[in-house]
Design a protein around this ligand. Structure first.
Ligand code: SF4
Ligand code: F3S
Ligand code: ZN
Length: 103
Protein backbone atom coordinates (compact mmCIF):
# COMPACT_ATOMS: atom_id res chain seq x y z
CA UNK A 1 0.00 0.00 0.00
CA UNK A 2 0.99 3.64 -0.46
CA UNK A 3 3.14 5.28 2.23
CA UNK A 4 0.98 8.15 3.52
CA UNK A 5 4.17 9.90 4.73
CA UNK A 6 5.59 9.98 1.22
CA UNK A 7 6.10 13.74 1.35
CA UNK A 8 8.65 13.24 4.13
CA UNK A 9 10.12 9.98 2.87
CA UNK A 10 10.48 10.72 -0.85
CA UNK A 11 11.73 13.51 -3.07
CA UNK A 12 10.03 15.28 -5.94
CA UNK A 13 11.86 14.16 -9.05
CA UNK A 14 9.59 15.33 -11.88
CA UNK A 15 6.26 16.80 -12.88
CA UNK A 16 3.67 15.10 -15.09
CA UNK A 17 0.43 16.60 -16.47
CA UNK A 18 0.71 19.42 -13.93
CA UNK A 19 1.28 17.32 -10.79
CA UNK A 20 4.36 16.23 -8.86
CA UNK A 21 6.13 12.89 -9.25
CA UNK A 22 7.78 11.50 -6.10
CA UNK A 23 10.71 9.15 -6.68
CA UNK A 24 12.55 6.97 -6.92
CA UNK A 25 11.75 6.50 -10.61
CA UNK A 26 13.58 3.93 -12.71
CA UNK A 27 11.51 3.45 -15.86
CA UNK A 28 9.84 1.26 -16.85
CA UNK A 29 9.87 -0.94 -13.73
CA UNK A 30 9.74 1.73 -11.01
CA UNK A 31 7.45 4.73 -11.48
CA UNK A 32 7.05 6.36 -8.06
CA UNK A 33 4.03 8.29 -6.77
CA UNK A 34 2.01 10.67 -8.98
CA UNK A 35 0.21 13.61 -7.38
CA UNK A 36 0.32 15.21 -3.94
CA UNK A 37 -3.19 16.07 -2.72
CA UNK A 38 -4.42 12.98 -4.55
CA UNK A 39 -1.43 10.63 -4.64
CA UNK A 40 -1.33 7.34 -6.56
CA UNK A 41 1.55 4.92 -6.02
CA UNK A 42 2.10 3.70 -9.58
CA UNK A 43 4.21 0.82 -8.25
CA UNK A 44 1.19 -0.45 -6.26
CA UNK A 45 -1.64 0.32 -8.75
CA UNK A 46 -2.65 -2.74 -10.76
CA UNK A 47 -5.23 -0.97 -12.93
CA UNK A 48 -8.35 -2.12 -11.09
CA UNK A 49 -10.20 0.96 -12.35
CA UNK A 50 -12.60 1.46 -9.42
CA UNK A 51 -11.15 4.91 -8.73
CA UNK A 52 -11.87 6.08 -12.29
CA UNK A 53 -15.40 4.66 -12.16
CA UNK A 54 -16.31 6.03 -8.74
CA UNK A 55 -14.67 9.47 -8.48
CA UNK A 56 -17.58 11.94 -8.68
CA UNK A 57 -15.44 14.70 -10.19
CA UNK A 58 -13.29 12.66 -12.61
CA UNK A 59 -9.91 13.29 -11.02
CA UNK A 60 -8.32 10.24 -12.67
CA UNK A 61 -7.33 9.45 -16.25
CA UNK A 62 -5.54 6.38 -17.57
CA UNK A 63 -1.91 6.73 -18.54
CA UNK A 64 0.07 4.08 -20.43
CA UNK A 65 2.95 2.50 -18.52
CA UNK A 66 4.31 -0.22 -20.81
CA UNK A 67 6.77 -2.57 -19.16
CA UNK A 68 5.64 -2.03 -15.57
CA UNK A 69 5.41 -5.37 -13.72
CA UNK A 70 2.03 -4.67 -12.00
CA UNK A 71 0.06 -3.23 -14.95
CA UNK A 72 0.60 -1.42 -18.23
CA UNK A 73 -1.88 1.35 -17.44
CA UNK A 74 -2.18 3.46 -14.27
CA UNK A 75 -4.78 5.79 -12.76
CA UNK A 76 -3.17 9.22 -13.05
CA UNK A 77 -4.57 12.01 -10.78
CA UNK A 78 -4.62 14.46 -13.68
CA UNK A 79 -7.34 16.64 -12.16
CA UNK A 80 -6.30 16.47 -8.50
CA UNK A 81 -7.21 20.15 -8.00
CA UNK A 82 -10.89 19.20 -8.51
CA UNK A 83 -10.88 16.70 -5.62
CA UNK A 84 -13.66 17.22 -3.06
CA UNK A 85 -12.11 14.89 -0.44
CA UNK A 86 -14.95 12.37 -0.51
CA UNK A 87 -12.39 9.54 0.09
CA UNK A 88 -14.29 7.14 -2.17
CA UNK A 89 -11.20 6.30 -4.23
CA UNK A 90 -9.21 5.52 -1.08
CA UNK A 91 -11.99 3.17 0.08
CA UNK A 92 -12.50 1.31 -3.22
CA UNK A 93 -8.91 0.71 -4.34
CA UNK A 94 -8.28 -3.00 -3.63
CA UNK A 95 -4.54 -2.52 -3.11
CA UNK A 96 -4.52 0.81 -1.22
CA UNK A 97 -2.60 2.60 -3.94
CA UNK A 98 -4.22 6.00 -3.26
CA UNK A 99 -3.68 8.58 -0.50
CA UNK A 100 -5.86 11.69 -0.29
CA UNK A 101 -4.62 14.42 2.04
CA UNK A 102 -7.94 15.77 3.26
CA UNK A 103 -6.13 17.96 5.81
FE1 SF4 B 1 -12.25 11.75 -6.40
FE2 SF4 B 1 -13.22 11.63 -3.92
FE3 SF4 B 1 -10.89 10.46 -4.53
FE4 SF4 B 1 -11.04 13.11 -4.43
S1 SF4 B 1 -11.33 11.71 -2.71
S2 SF4 B 1 -10.04 11.91 -6.03
S3 SF4 B 1 -13.12 13.48 -5.21
S4 SF4 B 1 -12.92 9.90 -5.32
FE1 F3S C 1 -5.17 1.56 -9.55
FE2 F3S C 1 -6.48 1.26 -7.30
FE3 F3S C 1 -7.39 2.88 -9.15
S1 F3S C 1 -5.47 -0.35 -8.44
S2 F3S C 1 -6.73 1.96 -11.05
S3 F3S C 1 -5.49 3.11 -8.04
S4 F3S C 1 -8.62 1.55 -7.85
ZN1 ZN D 1 0.98 11.57 -13.53
Amino acid sequence: SIDSSFEENREKVDTHRGHDVWGPVEEPEQLGIHGTHVAVDFDVCLADGACLEDCPVDVFEWVDTPGHPESEIKADPTNEAQCIDCMLCVDVCPVDAIDVDAG
